[in-house]
Ligand binder design. Structure first.
Ligand SMILES: CC(C)(COP(=O)(O)OP(=O)(O)OC[C@H]1O[C@@H](n2cnc3c(N)ncnc32)[C@H](O)[C@@H]1OP(=O)(O)O)[C@@H](O)C(=O)NCCC(=O)NCCS
Length: 211
């Protein structure tokens, strides 16, 4: 790449970043409390009436609109990523920890909206622990608490609580196995992009142990 081409790429990159920061200001204008460096790509609907997000909140919305809504309590920690087409609707409470990634078309709800056989409808808080990776088209149903660094496989329907450091898959979702990470690793999507101290761990002999 020539110097001129490099500068052109850099300039485009900066322009895209500025556009995404401005889009974040607009799209997140209803958010009560917003951390630093939010980024929004596309035009999601984010209109939760009791919503707070941490630093580095990132939302993408594209061929399908991302929706974060409802009159319940919505809390997102730092470094949360919400991908295209994901729907998160709180009528009571949905609390999401730090370093959580929602893949595309995930559905999270804390209310069934209708009852069954004359019983009142189920409505209960949903909690998603730090470092979880929620795979594409997964669903998380009312009242579910998901532990830390859980990997929810694509298409899983999570109907029950999930313990820390586990992989769950299927409908209804079951624990497939426990997961292990280098000490200090914060995220379930632990790969070469992970900012955890894994490089040091690998250089020291690649010891993988649960933190
Ligand atoms: C979970 C996932 C990451 C694979 O992780 P992995 O550690 O390599 O897991 P494995 O492939 O070893 O699967 C372990 C078991 O779970 C099962 N499994 C994995 N993914 C599954 C899924 N989505 N649904 C049902 N079962 C699944 C496998 O069949 C296997 O079962 P077995 O032990 O009976 O053979 C992958 O299957 C997945 O769901 N990817 C989607 C990622 C995504 O949504 N990306 C979007 C961009 S962020």
């Amino acid at each position: 790449m020539t110097e001129w081409q490099r500068k052109r790429v850099e300039w485009r990159w900066r322009r895209a970043t500025v556009r995404q920061e401005l889009q974040a200001r607009w799209s997140l204008r209803h958010v009560d409390k917003r951390g630093k460096r939010a980024i929004v790509l596309g035009s999601p609907i984010v209109d939760g009436s009791d919503m707070q997000v941490g630093d580095d909140f990132k939302v993408w919305s594209g061929h399908r609109t991302t929706l974060i809504s409802g009159w319940g309590k919505l809390r997102f920690g730092d470094r949360v990523f919400v991908n295209v087409g994901t729907t998160i609707i709180a009528v009571e409470e949905i609390v999401v920890g730090d370093d959580v990634a929602f893949a595309n078309d995930v559905y999270v709800m804390d209310s069934d909206s209708h009852g069954v056989e004359g019983r009142p409808h189920r409505q209960a808080p949903v909690r998603i622990g730090d470092g979880c990776w929620i795979g594409a088209r997964a669903m998380i149903l009312p009242g579910v608490s998901i532990g830390k660094r859980v990997l929810v496989a694509a298409g899983a329907v999570v109907t029950r609580d999930v313990p820390d450091d586990s992989l769950v898959a299927g409908n209804p979702a079951r624990v497939v196995r426990q997961l292990t990470y280098p000490v200090g690793c914060r995220r379930a999507w632990h790969d070469e992009w992970c900012p955890c101290p894994k490089v040091a761990a690998v250089e020291d002999g690649g010891v993988e142990e649960t933190a």
